[in-house]
Write a protein that binds this ligand. Structure first.
Ligand code: AMP
Length: 113
């Protein structure tokens, strides 16, 4: 099923895009939970972490490295930042297209809510 994030990939819904390559897209969250809040998504429409399989191994490695590069380019690396992947309902996922939240610019708390 097509999600909002598929529409952002296709430029049918506007977004503040900060990075794109052939495999993934990153844009600023519309409701930021930190001074920097970016969503990184694969262009492949994977619903959630729970739907990953072994053929996604290289893609997920690419996404982690890309998240680290985006954090670096946003000036977050030295102070630190948080990567979050909410998964299915108990994980707090609301858009069923896998995404990594890159959050930074403030002190994070633990445990998360
Ligand atoms: P999650 O709750 O982990 O599924 O995260 C979904 C995220 O998408 C939330 O942080 C929303 O604020 C964000 N979001 C929803 N609609 C948009 C949009 N049109 N552009 C950017 N981010 C959005």
């Amino acid at each position: 099923m097509e999600t909002l994030f598929d529409k952002i990939i296709k430029r049918q819904v506007p977004a503040d895009i900060v990075f794109e390559d052939e495999l993934c897209l990153a844009f600023r969250d519309i409701s930021p939970q930190a001074p920097t809040h970016i969503l990184l998504i694969p262009k492949k429409p994977i619903e959630s972490m729970a739907k990953l399989n072994t053929e996604d191994q290289a893609l997920m490695g690419h996404m982690l490295l890309t998240a680290a590069q985006i954090a670096q380019s946003e000036g977050l690396s030295e102070e630190g930042y948080r990567l979050v992947v909410n998964t299915n309902s108990a994980g707090g996922q609301s858009v069923y297209h896998l995404h990594m939240h890159i959050l930074g610019g403030r002190q994070m708390q633990w445990p998360p809510g």
